[in-house]
Design a protein around this ligand. Structure first.
Ligand code: ADP
Ligand code: MG
Length: 259
């Protein structure tokens, strides 16, 4: 069965999509069968990995309330071992459509149950909110990975995120665990980056990944070519960082309890 990892942080622009796409591609390089699930209506992960959102006949929205059709919404990518369950702008409607549904937090779990046996990893790119889509992702996942941008307000948002994580773990998905916090857009020339790193390591001594993702312009260029950093520039610092993160995730996942 797949290990299901939700990449979550309600702040926008912290590196969720970049981390989801490039972690997924790096795990695929390790010949792990990976499904990248794009839960953000902005569909940045979908286009960033090279799929044309408009031309796809199915997507996550179309299968959200018909989980038995999940397999029809999965597309291969140019990266061997990497498939995508794409997003579309319609996904915005899911938040509203779920409101009066019973068990509204568990719809994505039902979708993924239908395809989990085909993959080693399922990586969920969450939208920048703690709304029902993110709750669905946290209920479908075994583990949460939190990208944290090395900037002044980084830790403010994480408190709310951790409260949500604790509540989900207590009431909705008792087997959820915190896979780790990954520092993103780290700038060695910037004192603030180092300060944030120290602070985060102090707050989460056992949960900060050793791998730090540097600020790397190649990482920001790759999506406009519809490529992961692995295919865009394997020699870049960004590629080395995400390959190292994938190794760490594989090690940590191997020791995590299987549900
Ligand atoms: P989120 O999904 O959390 O909103 P993104 O992954 O889309 O964040 O990243 C926000 C912006 O920062 C994007 O333009 C992306 O290309 C850029 N970016 C992300 N990580 C890096 C990095 N390590 N170095 C340089 N730019 C980055
Ligand atoms: Mg995003």
């Amino acid at each position: 069965m797949a290990r299901i990892i939700a990449v979550a942080n309600q702040k926008g622009g912290v590196g969720k999509t970049t981390s989801s796409v490039n972690l997924a591609a790096s795990l695929a390089v390790m010949e792990k069968r990976v499904l990248l699930v794009d839960c953000d209506p902005q569909a940045n992960a979908t286009s960033g990995i090279g799929l044309d959102v408009e031309s796809l006949s199915s997507n996550l929205y179309r299968t959200f309330f018909t989980p038995e059709k999940a397999l029809h919404a999965i597309y291969p990518t140019r990266t061997p071992y990497l498939s995508v369950l794409p997003a579309s702008t319609d996904l915005v409607a899911v938040e509203l459509e779920l409101v009066d549904k019973m068990g509204r937090e568990y719809y994505l779990q039902d979708v993924l149950k239908n395809v989990a046996s085909r993959f080693d990893y399922i990586i969920i790119d969450c939208p920048p909110s703690l709304g029902l889509i993110t709750l669905n992702a946290l209920c479908a996942a075994h583990e949460v990975l939190i990208p944290l941008q090395c900037e002044f307000y980084a830790l403010e948002g994480i408190v709310k995120l951790l409260q949500t994580y604790e509540q989900v773990k207590k009431r909705l998905n008792t087997s959820l665990s915190l896979l780790g916090v990954v520092l993103t857009m780290f700038d060695t020339r910037n004192k603030l980056s180092a300060q944030v790193k120290n602070e985060v390591e102090r707050c989460f001594p056992e949960h900060v990944f050793k791998t730090i993702i540097p600020r790397n312009v190649r990482l920001s260029e790759a999506p406009s070519y519809g490529k992961s950093i692995i295919h865009y520039d394997i020699k870049s610092k960004g590629a080395a960082a995400y390959l190292a993160l994938a190794k760490e995730v594989a090690m940590r996942s191997a020791t995590a309890p299987v549900r």
